[in-house]
Ligand binder design. Structure first.
Ligand code: GBH
Length: 480
């Protein structure tokens, strides 16, 4: 038996002892108390309270009521055994009108309590600064197009760093710039519900890159000790049809397909943000008819990790084109050129899918993370991974979710293969701890390890909760 073989979880391998096992959430999706104790309105408060925007006209006004129930929730996290909790701060709960001159003491007290309660249980808090809830008043003044928003964001970030860095080491600046711009400003199904054209939409991503970089610099300048900063990116990740061919053409094709900016993927690709803020160079935007960004050297202050939110990916195979160059070399032989064209493999009928009908593609966790690591050379945090299932209370009073356990086993097993291949993966934050407000899908979609009965706000750990607890106990040596 090899030393990595594990009898209890035979599929899970290679997780290092210092690997962080956690869960993730975001303020608007769990907190509720949307207008209590001096909180300012965010674009999501506005957007979800307009009839027609959200499934069943639901809102995040109450959500999981975590604002009032955080103690119970953190105790449950302790029971789960996680060693890190990624949550976001609601910018307008801290700074009701966005600008840094008026701070809300109730907001300060609330996030202090979350941080202190986590630490009491040895749970490392990972703070996300912006998970989509822009102060409404800033949106009214031009939102991310207004340079003042970027200044206010970095002032808010600096305040958080100064205030929390004695107790909090890990920070994500922005969650999913790709989704903010695409769903919020282009397709319009997320707040603020705009329908901008491609050029303006990409400009939002550019502005978010400025906000990120300015915040990173401001946070470092005032941190009381060494802090670790990253952000959370999302986008399509491809995996090869087969890795058996000796030339590994499919592997190369998958890598090319992952990072090539095209008309089909510009709204959902990693490189459009990550190349600028990590590598300091523009993704190729000419391929989608736009100018490249020429200020990327300002956008890439050193960061410590890259967060990846990973849900599904695409299978890709290579077509190799061998062509003779239109000229001959001196000896008269034709000059052979050969290149790879990536082809997306169609998903057949009955392809496995989650409740939201998102395809189940675990291989993405292996190849995708390796491609990301090869390109950016930063430790990777899986900042989100999970699925919605049609969870309900069974007659025995429990919530049985075998589909979630199988999904997670598959995804974590593939993640272990990425680690084996040399990708540095620092941790895994499961999305999500509790069921919560799933943006325009409302409460129909349940992503939690903990079931929430929204009528009573009762929390009921699902089978996957106990399964994850066992996994953490088995592999989470770091705390013992
Ligand atoms: C994250 O967004 C968010 O950060 C989080 O707040 C949210 O609750 C969570 O995911 C779950 O949605 O059409 O089948 O290819 C993730 C957004 C998920 C959007 C995957 C694109 C592709 C699905 N992305 N999705 S599919």
């Amino acid at each position: 038996m090899n030393e990595h073989e594990n009898l209890k979880f035979p599929w899970l391998k290679n997780f290092p002892a210092n690997f962080k096992w956690g869960t993730a959430s975001s303020a608007y999706q769990v907190e509720g108390a949307y207008n209590e104790d001096g909180k300012g309105a965010s674009i999501w408060d506005t957007f979800s309270n307009i009839p027609g925007n959200i499934n069943n006209n639901e809102t995040g006004n109450t959500a999981c009521d975590q604002y009032h129930r955080y103690k119970e929730d953190i105790e449950l996290m302790h029971q789960l055994g996680i060693d890190s909790y990624r949550f976001s701060i609601s910018w307008p709960r801290l700074f009701p009108d966005g600008r840094p001159d008026h701070i809300n003491p109730h907001g300060v007290k609330f996030y202090n309590s979350i941080v202190d309660d986590c630490r009491r249980f040895d749970i490392e808090p990972i703070i996300t600064l912006f998970h989509w809830d822009l102060p409404q008043i800033l949106e009214d003044q031009g939102g991310w197009f207004n340079p003042q928003t970027i200044d206010y964001f970095s002032a808010y970030a600096a305040w958080v760093s100064e205030h929390f860095s004695d107790r909090v080491t890990y920070y994500c600046t922005i969650n999913e710039p790709q989704i903010i711009s695409n769903l919020g400003y282009h397709i319009g199904v997320h707040a603020p519900g705009k329908h901008l054209d491609k050029e303006r939409t990409v400009e939002i991503i550019h502005q978010l890159a400025h906000a990120h970089s300015k915040a990173v610099k401001a946070m470092r300048a005032v941190a009381k000790k060494d802090i670790k900063i990253g952000f959370a990116s999302t986008g399509n990740l491809c995996y090869p049809s087969t890795t058996k061919s000796s030339s590994n053409d499919d592997m190369e094709a998958a890598r090319i397909a992952t990072f090539t900016t095209t008309e089909d993927n510009w709204m959902f690709c990693h490189q459009i943000f990550c190349d600028a803020v990590v590598l300091g160079k523009s993704a190729d935007l000419r391929s989608i008819g736009l100018e490249n960004w020429n200020d990327c050297d300002e956008l890439c202050p050193p960061i410590d990790f890259i967060g990846i939110n990973a849900y599904n990916g695409h299978e890709v195979r290579a077509r190799r084109i061998d062509s003779s160059a239109p000229f001959s070399s001196n000896d008269g032989s034709a000059n052979q050129m050969s290149y790879i064209i990536p082809e997306f493999v169609e998903r057949g009928p009955g392809f496995p899918r989650t409740a939201l009908k998102w395809p189940i593609t675990p291989e993405m966790m292996n190849y995708g993370m390796r491609f990301i690591y090869d390109r950016y050379h930063l430790p990777i945090f899986i900042c989100e991974n999970g699925l919605s299932c049609n969870d309900s209370l069974f007659l025995d009073g429990k919530v049985h979710d075998p589909n979630r356990i199988d999904f997670l086993t598959r995804y974590l097993s593939e993640l272990g293969k990425a680690i084996e291949a040399g990708a540095v993966i620092a941790g895994y934050m499961h999305w999500s701890f509790t069921d919560n407000f799933e943006w325009h899908s409302g409460y129909d979609e349940r992503f939690g390890l903990v079931y929430v009965d929204y009528q009573s706000q009762k929390r009921i750990p699902k089978d996957s909760f106990w399964w994850y607890k066992d996994v953490i106990e088995e592999f989470g040596h770091s705390r013992h």
